[in-house]
Design a protein around this ligand. Structure first.
Ligand code: RIB
Ligand code: CA
Length: 337
């Protein structure tokens, strides 16, 4: 296994996402940390179409790279699935209200010079996942920030390849609380419940970072006031998302669902997890996308294929971790261009 400057083994990551405002904040946080070497970003349908997710991710990786002192290597982006495994397609009217018509708030609106798109590829995301798992094995962490379609397709193609992967951290689901897209279901799971069912029952080392903890990962929007051009870009990114929060919850804060999942991949101590069986309603009924988490007493230890479900969060520790990484960007403060 390759080593880095300090001689410790390199940790590799693949992030699968549907950018998306909070996906963008997650990648901004992750790219500013030396913890992982990012071999790939893969994109998937969800907050936006698969086509827009791919375009947004290529613009974003280039934008982040151009604002980092110690630049992240040119992280390639790979396009993924446009429909759920069962062929269903989401109605995205609410996603547009949350993430903006093109999924990036006003971050890449006309007034801001568009970055030259980062490296793209015609290789599909699920093929890259299989290749990465075979190549990096126990040095690889996969973080999914959108529907699990790509990962499920990869597992279907080569299940044996993933058995050595260090960890799969999934932003999705809810154990003890209602969903956010229906009373029963969280958005990422709802978009492709069959994919989630296959991932959660795979027996792989999966951590579920669901609404039980992400709903507590709230950051006040005034954290983004002032500063330089990078902070202004983030302010533009989140303004639609924040306006929706104000209308929906009457709060001037944003929910950092995806940044928390990526943070947990770097700092698992930020959450408390319990091994549970997690099943998913993959029907087209009223409970579609519901994660049924076995939390009854003394059942976790006997569970076949348990998932580590995050149930508690060090809120202050996470928020400090998150913002400390955004501060590393050139243009976060006003005296930098
Ligand atoms: O429920 C929150 C999740 O759905 C986040 O990943 C957000 O980006 C949306 O994809
Ligand atoms: Ca997402």
């Amino acid at each position: 296994m390759a080593g880095n400057e300090s001689g410790s083994p390199v940790r590799y990551a693949l992030v699968d996402c549907d950018p998306g405002v909070d996906d963008t904040l997650a990648l901004a946080m992750g790219f500013a940390s030396p913890f992982f070497r990012y071999d790939a970003v893969t994109t998937v349908h969800g907050n936006v179409s698969a086509r827009l997710a791919y375009r947004n991710a290529r613009r974003l990786t280039a934008f982040l790279r151009d604002h980092l002192e110690s630049p992240v290597l040119d992280v390639p982006v790979y396009p993924g699935a446009s429909l759920a495994l069962d062929g269903s397609r989401m109605n995205r009217s609410e996603s547009r209200a949350i993430h903006g018509p093109e999924g990036m708030g006003a971050m890449f609106d006309k007034k801001r010079r568009l970055p030259r798109p980062g490296r793209g590829s015609s290789k599909p995301a699920w093929e890259v996942m299989v290749e990465e798992a075979a190549r990096r094995g126990s040095a690889l962490t996969i973080i999914t920030l959108g529907p699990l379609t790509n990962l499920a397709l990869a597992l279907r193609r080569a299940p044996g390849v993933f058995t050595r992967v260090k960890r799969i951290v999934v932003m999705g689901g809810a154990a003890r609380m209602p969903g956010n897209v229906t009373p029963a279901a969280e958005f990422n799971i709802y978009c492709d419940p069959l994919a989630a069912k296959e991932v959660f029952s795979s027996g792989l080392p999966v951590t579920m970072v669901g609404l039980d903890v992400t709903r507590r990962a709230l950051l006040r929007v005034d954290e983004f006031e002032g500063g330089g051009p990078f902070r202004a870009a983030i302010r533009d990114l989140i303004k639609v998302y924040a306006r929706f929060a104000k209308k929906r919850r009457g709060a001037e804060d944003i929910t950092l669902h995806d940044p928390l999942a990526l943070a947990v991949a770097m700092r698992p101590d930020l959450v408390e997890t319990t091994p549970c069986r997690v099943d998913v309603d993959a029907s087209r009924g009223i409970a579609r996308g519901m994660t049924v988490v076995e939390l009854r007493e003394n059942r976790g230890s006997r569970v076949k294929n348990p998932v580590d479900v995050a149930l508690d969060l060090d809120v202050k520790g996470f928020l400090a971790f998150f913002i400390s990484h955004l501060r590393k960007y050139r243009g976060w403060d006003e005296d930098e261009k």
